[in-house]
Design a protein around this ligand. Structure first.
Ligand code: ZN
Ligand code: ZN
Length: 301
């Protein structure tokens, strides 16, 4: 599972940085988390194919998190998308989409499903054989959700050359992937571990959106391998962060410690900061495995 940063700025584009958007890639699906202005251009730039995006999640209705969505959806339609698209967002997002489509008297050429996020509560949004996505409320100036994406294991990974070497019929391969041994006609027991290796392990990524520094949603993100936590400000501006329901780099790192995470991704930098290195340095004093994310970079979860 990997996270590609498409935008990591707050409020405005600045210093070549775009407003918030990320693509989380799980078994070939790209899941979009937020969709700030310019997201579709950033997707082209960094090789995120919109055909492989089945689900889009919008945390809240501040423009730096959704202004890119009407344009992206319209482009998908113009370019002939046929596969279904599911959008999960606050209810107001659908009202905006209805106006955009209505005034243009245009219809989307693919199946489009809107799922309103439940204000103030957690819910499971997606649960298939490859991954699940849940939302949970965070603490921001307006209703806002974070998202937890969990990659599921897919059993054992077959080593085809080894399986052929032991003359195992292809019809038995699915059972090998489930962990079974194979007994040949000549009586030889072929141990499963001789012809398979460990499959992808379960992983958990928690995206905490725009939020105050708080432990109110800790239960939802505990045990995550990687946490994304905003840091709109450096800690010298903690009063400003509190007043605006945002966080500082030091607070993001303190949160990662509380959540027992293995890795921390920072983002949502205020447009007043040109240099990102001070964010990384400030957080690293509290939590060592931290990245001040940069656009276009992909981080393994
Ligand atoms: Zn924001
Ligand atoms: Zn916000």
């Amino acid at each position: 599972m990997k996270v590609t940063i498409l935008g990591n700025n707050s409020a405005l584009p600045a210093f070549g940085r775009h407003p918030t958007a990320q693509a989380v890639t799980v078994y070939g699906d790209h899941l979009l988390l937020d969709c700030g202005e310019g997201t579709q251009i950033q997707m082209q730039r960094y090789g995120i194919k919109w055909r492989s995006v089945p689900h889009i999640f919008i945390s809240h209705m501040h423009g730096d998190h959704y202004f890119g969505l009407p344009g992206l959806i319209n482009s998908m339609s113009l370019l002939g998308r046929t596969t279904p698209l599911h959008v999960y967002a606050p209810p107001a997002m659908q009202a905006i989409m209805d106006i955009v489509q209505g005034v243009a008297e245009s219809e989307l050429c693919f199946p489009y499903y809107f799922h309103p996020l439940p204000e103030g509560s957690a819910a499971t949004l997606v649960d298939n054989e490859s991954y699940s996505v849940k939302c949970f409320p965070v603490e921001h100036r307006i209703p806002c959700h974070g998202f937890v994406i969990e990659r599921k294991t897919r059993g054992r990974k077959l080593l085809p050359e080894k399986a052929r070497e032991y003359e195992i019929p292809a019809a038995f391969y699915d059972r090998l992937k489930q962990g079974e041994d194979y007994t040949r006609k000549d009586g030889l027991l072929v141990k499963n571990e001789w012809v398979t290796e460990d499959g992808p392990s379960p992983k958990k990524y928690a995206y905490c959106a725009d939020t105050l520094f708080t432990d109110s949603f800790l239960e939802h993100v505990k045990g995550a391998d990687t946490i994304y936590h905003e840091c709109t400000y450096l800690h010298a501006d903690v009063a400003k962060a509190d007043a605006r329901f945002h966080s500082t780099a030091r607070q993001a790192a303190e949160f990662a410690v509380m959540a027992n995470a293995k890795q921390l991704l920072l983002g949502h930098y205020s447009s007043k900061y040109k240099d990102l290195e001070p964010f990384r340095e400030e957080a690293a004093e509290v939590f060592a495995n931290v990245h001040a994310t940069v656009e276009g970079a992909a981080y393994e979860v």
